[in-house]
Design a protein around this ligand. Sequence first.
Ligand code: 1GP
Length: 240
Amino acid sequence: EGVYKDIQLQKQKKQKLLAVLIDPDKMLPEKAVGFVEKINKSVATHIFVGGSTVDLYKTEILVTKIKAKTKLPVILFPGDVSQITGEADALLFLSLLSGRNPDYLIGKQVQAIATLRKLSLEVISTGYLLIENGKETAVQKVTQTQPMPWADVQNIVDTAKAGELLGMKLIYLEAGSGAIHPVSDYIIKRVKNELEIPLIVGGGVRSKQQLENAYSSGADMVVIGTAFEDNESFFDDLKK
Ligand code: 1GP
C-alpha cells in the first residue's frame, strides 16, 4: 500500500517525482552500486527496474543489490512475467491499453498470478499507453502492437480515461525507451485535464528542459533511463 499512497500524497502536494529506470539487461552488475550511489545524490525520488528482454535471476540479483544501497522505493516495471521478484517494494501491474494484443491486455497478467500469490508485493494497477515517437521501439516489437498516433489525441485521452474508470491507479504515457520524440506537452496536457489519478510520462526525455516541460504540462512522475545510462553527469545537470 505504501508506495502508491506516497505517490498520491506527493501528487496532492504538487511535488514532482522522478524515476530512474534501470534495465537489468544493460546494467553491468559491477557498475550497479556506483550508479545507485549517483541516484541517491540526485533529485530522483524512485527507482524503476525493468526491460523488454531480461530474465528473473538478473532482475532479482540487481534488485537485491539496489535495495541494499538505497532508501528510495524500488518499483518493478516488468517487460514480462519472469521479471517479478519479491525483493522490490512494488510492482507496476501493466495493461497495454493502447494496443489490441490480448496477451498484453490481460494474458500476461493472468500468468503472473501464480507468482504474485506467493509474494507479498504491493501491486499497482497501471494503464500503459504507447504513443507515437518517431521510430520503432522495443515495446512495439515485443508486444506486436502499434503506438497511438499523435493525430488521435482524443483517442489517447479516451483510452487513459477508460483505464481510470476501469479502476487503474496510474496512467503511464510511454514514448518507448530511446524514443526520438518524448510524449508531447500537448498530449500530456490533454490527458492530465481529464484524469484524477497520477500520470506518469516516459521515453526519450534527455534534457532538463524536456523534464520541466513534462512536469508543467501535468506529469506527476517522469521516468528517465537512457539519458542516465548514456551520460551519468546528467544527474548533476538536473540539480542546476
Ligand atoms: C522507457 O519510459 C522509459 O520505458 C524510459 O525511456 O530510456 O528513453 O529514458 P528512456
